[in-house]
Ligand binder design. Structure first.
Ligand SMILES: Cc1ncc(COP(=O)(O)O)c(C=O)c1O
Length: 389
C-alpha cells in the first residue's frame, strides 16, 4: 500500500461536506433549512445565462486562455477596481483564477513554504488554515472576536511575527462573522506588513456586499502597495457564479511571475467560458449586482428583526455580508454538538464556530444568503425550539 502525504492527511475533512451529513442523522420532520454553505439563493442574471449559452457555441470558448487570464477581463477589473478604490491599477496587476479559493492557494504557495508561518486572526475562513497546513506552513492565530470587539488588532498580530513569518491573512467582510473592517484598520495592518517585510493578504470575496460606495480601504492608493499587499476577489457571490469558478488576485510583478508558474501547473487557466461570463458581468450587470446587494441588506435587516424575538436565548453576536454569527445558550457544550443537534432534531443546518478556529465553541455561523428574508422567523423559531430540553 502506498503512503499518503502526511501534511494533507493530518488536515480535517472538508467542513461543509461533513456538516451536510448531519442532516442524515435522523429522519426529517419537515423541510430542512440549510444555512451551512454561503451560496446565493438565486441563479446568475438571465442576461448572463443567455450570454453563456451564446459563448458555448463559439469555437474559441473551448480553448485555453492566457495563463493569467483573458486580457479583456484583467483590463476591465483594473479599470473598475481603479475607479472603486480611487487608484491606478493596470491589467498586469491582475491574475484570474478558478475561484477565490484557488487565488488564495496560489498566492500562499508563492509566498511561503514548509517551516514558514502565516498569521490568521481567529475566527478565520477554514480553507485558509487548511491550505496552510497542507503546505507545512504554520498558522499562527490570535483571538479577534469577543464581546467587546469583532475586530482583529495589529498589535496582536505583530507579537506573533518572527523571521519565518511570510503573511498576515485577513478577510473583510469577514467569514464567518460578517464583520466589516474599517479602512483605517486594514490600513494599519498594511503599515505593519510593510514595516515588518511580510505580505498582507486580504480576501475581499464579500466586498460588494458592504452596501457602501466608499472604498473598503485605501491601500491601492499608495504608490508602493504591491511591495506588501495582495488582494483576493471572487465572482462567486457578487455575480451568483459559484459553480463557474472565477476569482482574481491583485499583486505586483514579482508575485505575478511566481503565480503564473503555479497556475500553469494547477489549472493552466481559469475556465474560458466562465472568464468570458465574468467579463460580461463586469460590463453589463452593475445594476443587477446592486439590486442583489440591496436584497442582501434587506436580509440583514430581517435577521436583526428575527433575533429581536422575545424568549430567544441565542444572541446575534455579529451580522453582515452573507453571515450571522450567533452565540448559542449552551455554555460548556461544544459548538459541534449544538450544530449536530440543530440539524438532527430541529431541521436547521448551520456550522459550529469551532470549524473557524480556536476559541469559537460558543458560536454558530448562519449563512443567511441562502434563504429568503421571509424564512428568517422560521430559523429563529427552530433555534427557540432547541432551547426546550
Ligand atoms: C472568505 C471566502 N473566500 C473564498 C471563498 C471561495 O470563493 P470561490 O467560490 O471564489 O472560490 C469563500 C466561499 O465561501 C469565502 O467565504
Amino acid at each position: 500500500m502506498f503512503r499518503l502525504n502526511g501534511l494533507v492527511a493530518q488536515v480535517e475533512a472538508p467542513p461543509i461536506a461533513e456538516a451536510e451529513t448531519w442532516l442524515k442523522l435522523a429522519p426529517r420532520n419537515r423541510v430542512a433549512i440549510n444555512l451551512c454553505q454561503a451560496v446565493p439563493s438565486y441563479p446568475p442574471a438571465e442576461a448572463m445565462q443567455r450570454e453563456i449559452a451564446r459563448l458555448s457555441q463559439l469555437p474559441h470558448t473551448g480553448l485555453y486562455t492566457e495563463i493569467l487570464g483573458l486580457p479583456g477581463l484583467r483590463a476591465e477589473l483594473a479599470a473598475q477596481f481603479s475607479a472603486s478604490y480611487g487608484a491606478t491599477l493596470t491589467p498586469q496587476h491582475f491574475a484570474i483564477t478558478a475561484g477565490c479559493n484557488q487565488a488564495y492557494c496560489v498566492a500562499l504557495m508563492a509566498l511561503a513554504g514548509r517551516g514558514d508561518n502565516a498569521i490568521l486572526p481567529s475566527p478565520y475562513y477554514f480553507n485558509h488554515a487548511m491550505w496552510l497546513s497542507m503546505l507545512g506552513i504554520e498558522a499562527r492565530s490570535f483571538a479577534a472576536f469577543s464581546d467587546r470587539s469583532p475586530l482583529p488588532w495589529p498589535e496582536e498580530a505583530e507579537a506573533l511575527i518572527d523571521d519565518r513569518t511570510r503573511a498576515i491573512i485577513l478577510c473583510s467582510p469577514n467569514n464567518p462573522t460578517g464583520a466589516i473592517y474599517p479602512p483605517e484598520l486594514i490600513g494599519a495592518f498594511y503599515d505593519l506588513a510593510l514595516r515588518r517585510g511580510v505580505a498582507l493578504v486580504l480576501d475581499e470575496t464579500y466586498k460588494d456586499f458592504r452596501g457602501e460606495a466608499s472604498p473598503p480601504h485605501r491601500i491601492f492608493q499608495t504608490p508602493q502597495w504591491a511591495d506588501s499587499f495582495i488582494q483576493l476577489y471572487s465572482f462567486s457571490k457578487a455575480y451568483a457564479m459559484t459553480g463557474y469558478r472565477v476569482g482574481s488576485i491583485a499583486a505586483g510583478p514579482a508575485l505575478m511571475a511566481e503565480i503564473e508558474k503555479i497556475m500553469d501547473c494547477i489549472a493552466i487557466c481559469a475556465p474560458t467560458l466562465s472568464q468570458h461570463a465574468a467579463l460580461f458581468g463586469l460590463k453589463h450587470l452593475r445594476q443587477w449586482k446592486e439590486e442583489k446587494v440591496h436584497l442582501m441588506q434587506k436580509r440583514i435587516a430581517a435577521v436583526h428583526r428575527a433575533f429581536d424575538a422575545p424568549g430567544l436565548d441565542y444572541e446575534l453576536a455579529s451580522c453582515g455580508a452573507y453571515f450571522a454569527y450567533v452565540r448559542h445558550p449552551f455554555r460548556g457544550l461544544a459548538a459541534k454538538t449544538v450544530a449536530q443537534r440543530l440539524a438532527a432534531e430541529h431541521d436547521l443546518l448551520c456550522l459550529p464556530g469551532s470549524m473557524f478556529g480556536p476559541g469559537q465553541e460558543d458560536y454558530l455561523r448562519l449563512a443567511f444568503a441562502n434563504i429568503e428574508a421571509s424564512l428568517m422567523p422560521q430559523v429563529v423559531e427552530r433555534l427557540r425550539e432547541s432551547q426546550i430540553r
